[in-house]
Design a protein around this ligand. Structure first.
Ligand code: 6CS
Length: 337
C-alpha cells in the first residue's frame, strides 16, 4: 500500500477511535432530579446514552457545592456541563441579568416558548458572550412565573417598605429590583433560605410556583402574590475547551441532545405553573393567593423603569442585549400561537 494511502487510513482510524470512544462526562445542575433543571439534565443524559457509548454522570445541587462553586468547576473544566439558574449568573456574566430585569419578559407561556426558540439574544448574541467566559451556551429555558411569597399581604411598593426580601445572590439587578419595589433585598443562597424563613430573618422571597410547592415554601409563608414582574429561567452550558476539542460527530451529538432536552422542557414548562398552583390549592387551602390587578401593578411597573435603564447603562453590551430582547419579544408577541 502506498505511504499516502496508509497515512490517510491511519488518520481516519484515529478519528473513528476518538468519536467512538466511551467517555464519561460530568454534569452538575442547580436543582433536584425531578425539578425542571433535573428534567432537562435527564433528557440530555438519556439522548447521549441512547445515541453513543458515552455516559453522563449527573450531580444535583448540593452534591458538588453551591451554585457559585459549580460555576467555578465548569469554567475550570472539572465539570463538562453545568445547569444554572440565570438569577445566579449576573455577577459572572452581567448580560445574563437581562432575564431578571423586571417587567421585560412576558408571563404568557406561548410567547415565552416562541421567544426561547427564536430569540436572537438567546441563540446568537449570548453564545458569543459565553465564549469569553470559557463556556459554550447550549440552552436557556423558563421554569415558571416568579411568585412572591410573604408573611403579610402587599398590594403596592408602600406595603413592601422595609420588608426583608430574599433574592438569589450574584445578581445586582435582583437587588436593584427589590430596592425599587420599596423592600430591603437580602441576597442569600438557596441553602440558607429555608432557615431564614423559619427564624424570621426574612419577610419573604420569590421563586416559581412549582418550586414553592415542591420545597414547602408555602408552608413557611402566608401569602403568594403574582406581580407579573418576572419569569424564572435556567441555562445549560458546556466547558468551552472540552466542547471545542470534541470531534465533529460528538459536537453534533451534544447539540442534538441539547435540542432534544430543550424541546422536552419547553413542553413541560407550559404546565409548570398550573401544576404548582393546583397542588398548593389542594394541599394548603388556607394559603392566600393574590393576583395583583393591572392597576395595582402600575406603581411596580413605574419603579421597574429605573432598573431597566440601570441594566442598559451598565455596559454597551448590556444596552445591545436590552434593545435586541425588546425586538425579540415583539416578534414573540406577534407570532406566538
Ligand atoms: O431560589 C433559588 O435559589 C432556587 N430556585 C429555583 C427555582 N431553582 C434553583 C435555585 O437555587
Amino acid at each position: 500500500m502506498e505511504f499516502k494511502k496508509l497515512k490517510m487510513l491511519l488518520v481516519a482510524g484515529m478519528i473513528a477511535a476518538t468519536s467512538l470512544s466511551a467517555d464519561t462526562w460530568k454534569y452538575a445542575f442547580g436543582e433536584g432530579m425531578s425539578d425542571p433543571q433535573g428534567i432537562y439534565a435527564n433528557a440530555f443524559k438519556d439522548f447521549i446514552e441512547e445515541n453513543s457509548r458515552h455516559k453522563i454522570e449527573l450531580y444535583k445541587v448540593g452534591s458538588l457545592g453551591e451554585e457559585a462553586d459549580m460555576m467555578e468547576q465548569a469554567k475550570a473544566g472539572l465539570l463538562h456541563f453545568i445547569g444554572q439558574s440565570t438569577g445566579y449568573m449576573g455577577a459572572t456574566i452581567p448580560e445574563m441579568d437581562v432575564f431578571t430585569v423586571p417587567y421585560v419578559l412576558p408571563t404568557d407561556t406561548k410567547e415565552l416558548d416562541y421567544f426561547f426558540k427564536n430569540s436572537k439574544v438567546v441563540n446568537d448574541m449570548l453564545p458569543k458572550i459565553f465564549h469569553k467566559h470559557g463556556l459554550e451556551l447550549l440552552a436557556i429555558f423558563p421554569e415558571g412565573e416568579m411568585a412572591v411569597t410573604t408573611m403579610e399581604e402587599f398590594r403596592s411598593p408602600d406595603d413592601l417598605q422595609g420588608k426583608k426580601m430574599r433574592v438569589m445572590p450574584g445578581s445586582p439587578i435582583l437587588v436593584e429590583t427589590y430596592q425599587a419595589f420599596g423592600a430591603s433585598p437580602q441576597p442569600m443562597t438557596w441553602g440558607d433560605l429555608v432557615g431564614a424563613l423559619k427564624t424570621g430573618m426574612i419577610d419573604g422571597q420569590e421563586n416559581p410556583t412549582v418550586w414553592i410547592e415542591a420545597y414547602g415554601l408555602d408552608d413557611l409563608t402566608k401569602v403568594l402574590t403574582y406581580t407579573g414582574h418576572g419569569h424564572f429561567n435556567a441555562s445549560m452550558s458546556a466547558n468551552k475547551k472540552f466542547f471545542d476539542e470534541l470531534g465533529t460527530r460528538d459536537k453534533r451529538l451534544v447539540q442534538e441532545a441539547a435540542n432534544h432536552a430543550h424541546k422536552t422542557i419547553l413542553e413541560e414548562a407550559q404546565k409548570l405553573d398550573a401544576i404548582g398552583i393546583g397542588r398548593i390549592v389542594r394541599t394548603n387551602p388556607d394559603y392566600k393567593i393574590v393576583m395583583l390587578t393591572q392597576k395595582e401593578r402600575e406603581p411596580f411597573k413605574q419603579a421597574a423603569k429605573k432598573v431597566q435603564q440601570s441594566f442598559a447603562s451598565k455596559s454597551a453590551s448590556n444596552k445591545k442585549i436590552m434593545e435586541q430582547i425588546q425586538r425579540d419579544l415583539a416578534q414573540a408577541q406577534k407570532n406566538a400561537k
